[in-house]
Design a protein around this ligand. Structure first.
Ligand code: MG
Length: 668
């Protein structure tokens, strides 16, 4: 066993050695990777063919120092960059090896005088992965250009080479991996899972084109360094080519960045292959990942926006470098639909609901996106309206809007800050970033988000990290119905009715939530001012049915007896929520949180209305009336009662809000 394991270690070490530096030195290897037949590289070729490798490398450096015909949208003019105070801080801290890795972990950690690229102070995978995105490198480049100080360039080249040396691309077989052996190869392979994860590699692939442009004038950017850089860069692109993620946003990021690589370094023999691979995947995936209504299949507003930007950036690179026609009009049309979708589900302050793994993207960032997108679809009145804050463009002829394939439904009384708006999420099974939350919603009124989704808080890591991830993902911390507080077994909502116009607007949606329990939710938006929600849990399952509601952050008065919750905000945006449930129902308070960004959370109240259901009870039915209003303590008197028994084809409910009674009735 010992001998066998040594043998494995030896083979793996050999693989590692080849992987790191190749059989040749970078200076020799690089010429095999380049297309020396390009007229621009004639001088390089002449030296190389005469065996003058050193002169060839110098000629290559001279070529790149003078190259101006290839541009990237991120830095159109490297000589005119500016730097923000935050970027300056990251650049300066990086000189001391304090690396900005993640906003969730501030202040940044120091990685030691002799950089330890395997340092992992908190066992959150993101912290380990994102170290390898080198987010401080581009700021160092900007600091270099703005100040002219060589210390940034010198340090960057050192860190760049240090990273190559200490993060070899090593793969070992599963069998080798399972041998309990302290070999360097195993440790390197373990590390490569983080350092060479294709998503991280793709980040570097794009960002290094910026760093290349920013640092190229420096005397520290030597011919030797250039050779190391190009060989490393080539290894990056080839690694992605053979290791694309199977699907989802990762695949899109990787494809878009392969397009970048192939465009920025056309001197590589493989450039065309990289570029075509990126274009091919993006053209294919726009069909796979984007629904006919413009929704993205991860059903997460954050990745929806990111996906638009991936497609947009690919288009920009193609346009700037003369191959826009690689993307057909249908690609641009899908992008435009995605933009409209995003605008439709966002609140009047431009912020998105926190469904699935979404964080809040703030107005400043979003409006920048809208302005940029006008390059591509400047004729779109809604995008223009949002981009110019209403100065140009036009609002559409609708207010409420349903996206039936993705299952996002927006009720709105208007587009202004004083509007009432509810966004319901009730769609198909979503991909990785989606949470099991069918039927949930967010509520906005008069400038404020009143019932927000709990958010996501953190992604993946050790047990402590996973405890929090699972807390925020769970169905019960959404505004929807659960059985015994468990996560939904099936997330496949069907829309039974969507009626987005008139005095009473209606959505009826149904999800086969658990074995033996269907959840049908009917939402009435009455006179564009309040909501009546009828929840029906139907089937032979037994257990405790919970109707869950997440309260606004801040003070909330909960009257368990009346099953009534009232927010007590000092600003002019409050709600009264009252639930009417079968005899024996109890309103229970539980732990509640709201997270609008990674690793940040605030406590809030959460309630559930619990009803014990036996196998012979056909259905458990609730009515909830939610009335948004300005003043605290001034909520309306509310009563509600279902009319008749459970009906598979209709709902009828009598509601009284203050003195006004009405019967809400719908058939489907
Ligand atoms: Mg959620």
């Amino acid at each position: 066993m010992r001998i066998l394991s040594r043998l494995f270690a030896l083979t793996a070490a050999l693989v590692a050695a080849v992987g790191v530096a190749g059989a040749q030195s970078p200076r020799e290897e690089v010429f095999g990777l380049l297309n020396l037949d390009m007229p621009e590289l004639a001088a390089v070729k002449a030296h190389y063919e005469e065996g003058r490798v050193e002169e060839a490398a110098e000629a290559l450096l001279a070529y790149y120092k003078g190259r101006t015909h290839i541009t990237t949208p991120d830095i159109p003019n490297p000589a005119a960059v500016s730097i923000s105070p935050t970027e300056q801080k990251w650049a300066d801290e990086a000189l001391e090896h304090t690396f900005f890795v993640h906003y969730g972990y501030q202040p940044s950690f120091n990685y030691g005088e002799d950089i330890d690229w395997r340092y992992w102070p908190v066992r959150d995978n993101e912290l380990r992965w994102q170290l390898h995105r080198h987010k401080w490198f581009t700021p160092m480049g900007k600091a270099y250009r703005v100040s002219g100080e060589e210390k940034y360039a010198e340090e960057w080249t050192k860190q760049y080479i240090d990273w190559i040396r200490k993060n070899p691309l090593v793969k070992i077989s599963k069998e080798e991996y399972e041998i309990n052996d302290e070999s360097t190869a195993k440790a390197d392979a373990e590390n490569a899972r983080f350092a060479w994860r294709p998503l991280e590699v793709s980040h570097r692939l794009e960002d290094q084109t910026l760093q290349f442009q920013l640092f190229i004038p420096s005397p520290h950017f030597t011919a030797d360094f250039l050779c190391e850089f190009l060989v490393n860069y080539h290894r990056h692109a080839e690694h992605i080519l053979g290791n694309y993620s199977e699907r989802g946003n990762h695949l899109l990021f990787q494809a878009q960045r392969m397009l970048y690589a192939g465009t920025f370094f056309p001197e590589f023999r493989r450039a065309e292959v990289w570029r075509e691979s990126g274009v091919g995947i993006l053209n294919r995936e726009v069909e796979v990942q984007v629904f006919d209504d413009g929704g993205h299949f991860e059903l997460c507003p954050h990745y929806h926006l990111a996906t638009i930007n991936i497609f947009y950036e690919a288009l920009q690179v193609a346009t700037l470098n003369g191959f826009k026609s690689a993307f057909p009009q249908s690609f641009v049309d899908a992008l435009e639909k995605m933009a409209e979708f995003y605008i439709n589900i966002c609140f009047p302050d431009y912020e998105n609901p926190c469904f699935s793994d979404a964080k809040i993207a703030h107005k400043g960032e979003v409006i920048k996106n809208y302005r940029a997108w006008l390059d591509v679809f400047g004729d779109n009145g809604l995008v223009r309206y949002m981009a110019t804050e209403g100065k140009e463009g036009a609002l559409p002829d609708y207010e409420s809007k349903g996206h039936l394939t993705a299952g996002f439904f927006t009720f709105r009384s208007g587009w202004g800050e004083d509007a009432v708006q509810m966004v319901v999420k009730a769609g198909p099974k979503g991909e990785w970033h989606c949470q099991p939350d069918n039927g949930t919603f967010e509520l906005w009124y008069n400038g404020h988000r009143l019932m927000a989704d709990s958010g996501s808080y953190i992604y993946a890591g050790d047990a402590e990290v996973m405890k929090w991830r699972n807390w925020f993902r769970q169905t019960a911390v959404h505004n929807t119905l659960t059985l015994d507080g468990k996560n939904l077994q099936t997330t496949e909502s069907k829309t039974l009715l969507w009626q987005p116009e008139g005095e009473v607007q209606v959505l009826v949606t149904e999800n086969p939530s658990y074995e033996g329990l269907i959840h049908r939710r009917t939402v009435f938006f009455v006179e564009e001012s309040y909501f009546v929600i009828v929840d029906e849990a139907v089937g032979s399952a037994e257990g405790v049915v919970n109707l869950n509601y997440q309260m606004p952050v801040g003070e909330v008065r909960i009257d368990g007896e009346k099953m009534r919750c009232e927010s007590l905000n000092a600003f002019d945006s409050n709600l009264t929520l009252q639930c009417f449930a079968p005899r024996g129902a109890k309103m229970v308070e539980a732990e509640g949180w709201f997270s609008d960004k990674y690793k940040s959370k605030v406590e809030r109240k959460r309630v559930s209305v619990d009803v014990t259901k036996s196998a012979t009870t056909e259905s458990v039915r609730y009515v909830t009336v939610i009335v948004p209003h300005k003043e605290a303590q001034n909520g309306p008197k509310i009563s509600a009662k279902l009319v008749g028994e459970y009906n598979p084809n209709g709902v009828s409910v009598n509601v009284k809000v203050d003195k006004k009674s009405r019967n809400l009735k719908v058939k489907f």
